[in-house]
Write a protein that binds this ligand. Structure first.
Ligand code: ZN
Length: 168
């Protein structure tokens, strides 16, 4: 999945979570989701984060390969524990969720993800789209429409804007 698809689908999932929990759809929460939904592709030098990682990406890919450890639920669990231990800020919650959504989104690609690395290198998937193909584009627009729908119906955009004001 391309980075903009990851951002939009993750924000859509994040909006659904905020609508059904007491989590506030704030600037910090959405910023956490965006960063968390981009970070797993640090193992791909050609990805959005990879191109901006100043060489870190090449090292990770060399060591583990693309869609290796950074796409594992085991690694996600450790990161989630550390993040939640350190801070229970909305940014941290958003980050942990965004990271999880990224793994879920890649799970629906034909390439699949090694969910249980390092225990098994097997890639798990329910193949629905191929990176960059028309199905991914359709998913992008569907997620965008759904995000606007949930955001409007649940008054999330207003909540977001209000939290933005508190930053000023
Ligand atoms: Zn990925």
């Amino acid at each position: 999945m391309r980075y903009h698809s990851h951002i939009v689908t993750s924000l859509c999932f994040g909006a659904a979570v905020a609508a059904h929990t007491s989590l506030s759809f704030s600037v910090s929460y959405t910023a956490g989701i965006v960063v968390g939904s981009l970070l797993p592709d640090i193992d791909e030098p050609k990805s959005y984060v990879g191109r901006r990682s100043m060489g870190v990406s090449n090292k990770v890919k060399e060591a583990f390969g693309h869609r290796g450890m950074t796409h594992s639920l085991v690694v996600w669990g450790i990161i989630a524990l550390v993040m939640m231990w350190e801070s229970s800020s909305l940014f941290a919650v958003g980050f942990v969720l965004g990271y999880l959504f990224h793994i879920l989104e890649d799970f629906f690609s034909v390439q699949g993800v090694p969910l249980f690395w390092p225990f098994t290198l097997k890639r798990f998937k329910i193949p629905i789209y191929r990176t960059g193909n028309f199905i991914e584009k359709a998913l992008f627009y569907a997620a965008f429409a759904l995000l606007v729908y949930i955001g409007t119906k649940e008054n999330l955009f207003y909540e977001w804007w209000k939290s933005f004001g508190s930053f000023m």
